[in-house]
Ligand binder design. Sequence first.
Ligand code: ADP
Length: 424
Amino acid sequence: MGIVFGAIADDFTGATDLAGLLARSGYPVSLRIGLPREGEDSGEISPFEIIALKCRTNPVDAAVSETRQALAWLRGQGGERIYWKYCSTFDSTPNGNIGPVAEALMADLGTDQTIYCPAFPENGRSIFMGHLFVGEQPLDESPMKDHPLTPMRDSSLVRLLSPQVRGKVGLANRLVVARGVEALTARLADLRHQGVAHVVVDAVADEDLAVIAEATLHLPLITGGSALAMPLPRFLAAAGLLAAASGGFSLPRVTGGQIVLSGSCSAMTRKQVASYSQAAACFRLDPLRLASEGIAEASAWLKAQAPDAPKLIYATAEPEDVRRAQEVLGIQQAGEVVEQALAALARQAFDLGTRRFVVAGGETSGAVTSAFGVNRLSVGREIAPGVPWTFASIEGQPVALALKSGNFGGETFFGDAFRQLEGA
Ligand code: ADP
């Protein structure tokens, strides 16, 4: 079975977010971490294949080269409809990478028009008259204006995109989208006639996304945040493209010990750690002790726990504690000490029979999956918006992994995750 819909995401948690939304459809979704290696067995191909890259702030040439290789792999597996997924706050600079990557993918796909729709109404990202809003604030008045790597100092997507691309940029505004599929189709054709290659499309509600997904179903490439992909399975199925792939989840039922590993210090993770520590045995990692004494103490604690018992190992700390550790060790070193410790403890937990893992933190999740040598995840149901259970095979053993980025999930997320897996 070939790919019905192939996506390339510019970061890891963005890819899991997209994967979770697509998995809402019940069709199999597969997430590959990094470029699939040449000559490597691709395993079973899912109708929805997502390749997670880490190229949001890479030099333009590197980002273009990586995404083109990802595209070549997707096309090699039969993918004809391609999605370029970036952040719903259009994180980019005047150099890129959103526009240059889109333009390179368009050239490879031989298409002369694509759309840009980072709207995610459920999460407060909407586009009106080409301006992107975060909640009620224009993008350039939102906290994104101060982002350390991609400060967003304009809210007009047309103006933001123009210096990033060579082709003409235009707009299909909400008044058109609100009139429905035919009106949007006609507007896109009209813009194409005027030589407009890059069309920003307004959307303020999920209904708009459905209109856009249907009107652009024939395009080889569409681009946006994760939400635009949400209505797509419905239209692909209606077009008969998913019929052969139906059958829903055939994911492994994973039993075996459980653990939560948290390396995120985000506000929501701090609440989740506080809540779960009421119910679970806990071990707190101190970066300074880790730097001087390693993980022996944590390992001994882990070995003494019953595999099935709820347990939590965390480095999660308040901002002043994080600062203190960073002052002594340096920001980079403090982060790495914690990430490497959690990754090594995850491996030990696996060796002790743990098969169900909840990991908090985007970077932390990357460290844990790479310690496991996992480069492919099958995507299951969402636990919370943007965080699905995923499944992998480690040394031939089925393992369940919930990889949560900082601010995702509610306060009871950790317990909810295991309850959902048991009920699945
Ligand atoms: P998030 O998704 O919340 O941003 P990440 O895992 O991506 O979480 O990033 C958190 C970073 O903070 C990681 O590099 C982690 O190792 C580091 N970290 C975790 N706990 C501490 C701590 N107590 N002191 C210093 N750095 C820490």
